[in-house]
Each structure stands twice: as C-alpha cells, then as structure tokens.
Write a protein that binds this ligand. Structure first.
Ligand SMILES: *[C@@H]1O[C@H](CO)[C@@H](O)[C@H](O)[C@H]1NC(C)=O
Ligand SMILES: *[C@@H]1O[C@H](CO)[C@@H](O)[C@H](O)[C@H]1NC(C)=O
Ligand SMILES: *[C@@H]1O[C@H](CO)[C@@H](O)[C@H](O)[C@H]1NC(C)=O
Length: 376
C-alpha cells in the first residue's frame, strides 16, 4: 500500500541518495592537510612489500582495472571473477591518495527529524564542530539501502548478503565496512563524541601517503579470565574507523561477511541467528581476526624478517600509536578513554580522540548496544 506519507519518504530517500552520489564525485580534500605530529614511536620491523594491494589471483584485472576509464568490456569479463577480485576492481586502493574528508554515521533518523533523540544531538554535533570542511552524513536505514544499491551495483552478491542479514545490528556492522571500502573517510557510531579532529589522530611524523587504515583498541584485558569477557585477547574496535577507500582489510571483511551470509542463507542457518553470535559474524571478533590476518599476509608484508607473526602481544599495553605497514593502531586511550581500566587514560588525555557513550558499565554485551538500538 503506497500511502502519501510513504511516497514522500521514498522521494526523500531518492533525493538524498542522488545528492550523496553526485556530491561524492567532487572528492573533498580537507583531510589532506593533516599536520604531522610527534614521531612514529614504535616500529615492528615489518615492511610492506607492496603497500598498494596486489592480488595474486587478479593480476590481469589489476593491471587493466586500475587504469582510469578502462571500459565496459572489462566489466563484462568480471562476471566470472572472484568476489575479492570484483571488489578490488570496483574499489581500487591507492595508499598515496588522500584520506577522504567524510564523517559517516548511521541512525534510525536524520538529525533533521524530531525523533532523532535529544540525547544524541550534542554528540552528533561534536563531529561537525571538530571537522569543519568535512562532509558529515547520518545515514538512515532507508537511505543506506539506496546508497548501497548505487555503490555495489556491479557486485550483486554484496547487496544480496546485506538484504539477507536478519538483524539490524548485523546490517549496521556491515554498513560501516561497506561505506569505508567504497568511499573511505571516518565511520563512527552515533553515540560517540569527537574529542579531537581526525586531522590530529596520526602522529606528525607519519606521512599521510603511507597510511591507509587507522584503528583503535577496544579491549586489552590483562587478566587470566579475559576470555570470559572478551572474544579476543586484543580486540580492535569498530565503532570508530578511519580509512582510505579500497583498503585490503575492508575488502577482505566485506568479502568474508558476504560469503558467510550467503552460505548461511543457503543452508538455512540465518533464521534463528542468535544475538550472541554477532560479535563473531560481523562484529569486533571478525574485524580483529581480519586485521591480524592482513598483518601476517605475505602478499602484503615481508614475512622473511625472522620476527615471526604479529600477535596481540605487539599491541598490548601500548601508550603511543604504532605503525605496521600502512596501518596505524592507536592506543586504547584514543577511542576508549575514561573506561578506567586496561590502561586507558582519561578524557583529557592528549591521546583521547573519541569518547564512546557506553550505557551501563564496561561489559562486552554493552559494547554492542548500538546495533540493538538501530531497529527498523
Ligand atoms: C571469515 O573470517 C573468519 C575469522 O577470521 C574465518 O574463520 C572464516 O573462515 C572466514 N570466512 C570466509 C568465507 O572467508
Ligand atoms: C551453514 O553455513 C555456515 C557458513 O558457512 C556454517 O558456519 C554453518 O555451520 C552451516 N550450518 C549448517 C547447519 O550446515
Ligand atoms: C603465522 O600466521 C600464519 C597465517 O595466519 C600461519 O599460517 C603460520 O602458521 C603462523 N606462524 C607462526 C610461527 O605462528
């Protein structure tokens, strides 16, 4: 039944998507003026063999695919390409490109709506205030559907997977990886405050053209029973992420969630999917695993240095940013200040960049609260 109200909402969605899509062609450059700061404090000795992604299977594609304006023919040839190759072709990664000046958030309502929620307004506003010159978008579920349909037209598996996800929390998780893979910039949950501009997150001495992904630590529980509380000994947070478009970690997690979803859809296990599996399926557990797999992938890193694999030990107890290849890992204070444990500093710590409003206490189940609220 197409009521007048629905027709209006639909029209508003279309206009918003058109607006986003046309504007995204004039890529903003503000983030590029990120000033360098105090040194790259720690090095692990791992050097990326080729910081720009190289797919071992997609060589024919990569050469042609990276060229601008390579035509329709190649797109047709892609119909039998693997999911990862299609994603690489569609969203090529260039580590030397600029960090796009986008702030992406998702919520049930736009800030223009009376239903937005007064308690979120100051937090949402902090992102605009700290990022003049950035494009700041709060994407609703309805707009997300249209935006993704535009961005992922040529990778229909991704759209099928997104539509098949049975819970809003899963879609909210998936959306952040999808938008960063396609457009880059900063994604941050709607209940986060920007304490410092993303332009100040990276240490000064780290050249911007050598970094493609900036992540923070969610949990570093130095206690024997850590597994009772967290899924991984070091857990990277995914409520705030900064990336350049096409980063291999994002490509991999998008491919992973797409395949896992379609497999589950095919064998009927999406129905009756349990809340407590979200962390492994789309949340911080698979995010953390994907990052570690990348850091130990000989396709990207020279693993012959004799130093062995990068593990949680590399990042435990860190108080300064750490660069590994084209990834910068920020200490726990940066995205989790004020939690009063696991070595995190307070909100006024110079390394505190983003404040996350946890409802209740610092418990794993509360870490995932945002998705629970993003219901239809
Ligand atoms: C997705 O990632 C998880 C965690 O690393 C892994 O166990 C799983 O096999 C991956 N699935 C696919 C389809 O790549
Ligand atoms: C369905 O597929 C998923 C993803 O591959 C797998 O983890 C799960 O064990 C399968 N379930 C059944 C009942 O076959
Ligand atoms: C390092 O990681 C790779 C990939 O995860 C694994 O195959 C290998 O066994 C690991 N090596 C060591 C020494 O742990």
């Amino acid at each position: 039944m197409l009521t007048f109200r629905r027709a209006l909402i639909f029209a508003a969605c279309i206009i918003t998507v058109l607006f986003l899509v046309t504007r995204s062609h004039t890529t903003p450059t503000k983030a590029d003026i990120i000033p360098p700061q105090d040194g790259e404090r720690t090095k692990t000795g791992y050097v990326p063999t080729n910081p720009v992604s190289t797919s071992s299977t997609g060589k024919a594609l990569s050469a042609a695919g990276r060229k601008k304006g390579s035509g329709q023919q190649i797109i047709q040839d892609l119909s039998r390409a693997s999911l990862r190759d299609k994603l690489e072709y569609q969203f090529p990664y260039d580590v030397e490109s600029k960090f796009p000046a986008y702030i992406w958030q998702t919520w049930k309502y736009t800030p223009a709506s009376g239903d937005f929620g007064e308690n979120f307004r100051p937090a949402e506003a902090s992102w605009s205030e700290k990022h003049p010159g950035f494009i700041h978008e709060v994407i609703t579920d309805q707009v997300a559907v249209h935006l993704l349909r535009h961005l992922y037209t040529s990778v229909p598996e991704v759209l099928e997977a997104y539509n098949a996800l049975p819970m809003p929390v899963l879609k909210a998780d998936f959306f952040r990886y999808l938008i960063l893979l396609a457009r880059g910039g900063v994604y941050s949950d709607i209940d986060t405050w920007a304490l410092k501009s993303a332009a100040e997150w990276l240490p000064e001495s780290v050249p911007r053209e050598s970094i493609g992904l900036v992540i923070g630590i969610e949990a570093d529980p130095d206690r024997p029973d850590w597994a009772d509380w967290y899924s991984r000994r070091i857990q990277f947070c995914q409520w705030t992420i900064q990336s350049k478009p096409g980063h291999p970690v994002l490509r991999e997690i998008v491919a992973n969630i797409t395949q896992e979803t379609l497999n589950k859809k095919a064998n009927g296990s999406l129905k009756g999917f349990k809340d407590n599996k979200v962390i492994e399926f789309t949340g911080p557990a698979v995010w953390t695993d994907t990052i570690f797999n990348f850091l130990n992938d000989e396709k990207y890193f020279d693993m012959s240095t004799g130093k062995g694999n990068i593990t949680w030990r590399e990042f435990s107890g860190m108080t300064a940013a750490k660069k590994v290849g084209d990834v910068v890992v920020l200490p726990i204070t940066s995205f989790s200040p004020g939690v009063q444990q696991m070595g995190a500093g307070d909100y006024d710590d110079p390394m505190a960049f983003v404040k996350h409003e946890f409802e209740g206490t610092w418990k794993p189940e509360n870490l995932r609260h945002i998705g629970v609220e993003v219901s239809k």
